[in-house]
Design a binder for this molecule. Structure first.
Ligand SMILES: NC(=O)c1ccc[n+]([C@@H]2O[C@H](COP(=O)([O-])OP(=O)(O)OC[C@H]3O[C@@H](n4cnc5c(N)ncnc54)[C@H](OP(=O)(O)O)[C@@H]3O)[C@@H](O)[C@H]2O)c1
Length: 257
């Protein structure tokens, strides 16, 4: 029987690449995002020979999660990619509260709900693999994207905790923790990081390589992966360097110019 992969945030960036690898591996896909671009992504994925169902839903809302859940229709999910996420940029006190709340709702609240549901079903069945897109930002306080880094610290931590609970289970949970990666995330209208040095950087990581590292780690049942040597080094140093210094380094990348 064809295996099923569900990918949130599959219209662009890391999520699109993850969906592409899953379809190339012979999985049927359910892909979800909230804008029109998800239809274009689905067309491209179908051209690779896959069966692709599209769900357009705002996953920062409970209704959006229920729409995706209804589309899965009780089917067994073999691979679940909790990837949809947003960033915000700019100084905390200047950010719009609705945008902050939406960011927390998407990156934390509704992502946790989806992981809880999918995780419970996989545990009951005794099989399945989950990949969560966290971030190395979760190891670093993030001036000028403070709430975003906080949400990723939550997700990275949640993953490592649940993995430990599942240490004797055949169900695997892998955390992909990319560094700054070349995707549209920095240039979305609500994301004021587009005015920051990080968005102009020429050394952003290649999106295909980042997603490949995540996909392979998931299939190997690894607990976590930080793609790239510099990012691995940054994570290692984050445990040794004072938080105030880490914050200052982050500011140099994220403060709008
Ligand atoms: N790029 C980086 O430097 C970097 C580094 C570390 C971690 N990450 C994480 O990687 C993940 C993917 O981001 P990306 O860099 O690939 O950015 P991206 O190209 O902007 O992709 C984000 C995806 O999430 C979807 N999405 C956003 N808000 C949504 C909502 N409310 N409901 C449903 N779907 C929604 C987007 O679809 P719509 O356009 O339809 O909203 C899009 O498909 C995120 O969790 C991000 O935090 C990125």
């Amino acid at each position: 029987m064809t295996k099923l992969a569900v990918v949130t945030g599959a219209s662009t960036g890391i999520g699109y690449e993850l969906a592409r690898f899953a379809v190339e591996d012979g999985h049927a896909l359910v892909i979800c995002a909230d804008e029109e671009a998800i239809e274009t992504a689905a067309e491209k994925l179908r051209r690779l020979g896959g069966t692709v169902e599209v769900v357009r839903a705002d996953l920062s809302t409970r209704e959006g999660v229920e729409t995706l859940w209804a589309a899965i229709e009780g089917r067994d999910v073999d691979l679940f990619f909790a990837n949809a996420g947003r960033a915000l940029g700019h100084a905390f006190h200047e950010q719009d509260w609705t945008a902050i709340r939406r960011l927390i709702d998407l990156n934390i609240r509704q992502t946790t709900l989806m992981l809880h549901r999918v995780g419970a079903r996989m545990q009951a069945r005794g099989s399945g693999r989950i990949l969560v897109t966290g971030s190395i930002g979760g190891f670093v306080p993030g001036p000028y994207d403070a709430v975003y880094n906080g949400t990723k610290a939550y997700l990275d931590s949640l993953c490592y905790a649940v993995q430990d609970e599942w240490r004797d289970s055949p169900v695997t949970l892998t955390c992909l923790m990319p560094g700054p990666t070349d995707t549209p995330i920095f240039h979305r209208p609500e994301n004021q990081l587009s005015e920051a040095p990080i968005a102009q950087s020429v050394s952003l990581d290649d999106v295909t390589k980042v997603a490949r590292a995540g996909y392979d780690a998931m299939m190997a049942g690894e607990r976590g992966v930080v793609p790239g040597f510099t990012n691995k080094l940054a994570v290692m140093l984050s445990g040794l360097v004072p938080q105030s210094l880490l914050a200052r380094i982050h500011r140099s990348y994220a403060e709008p110019k």
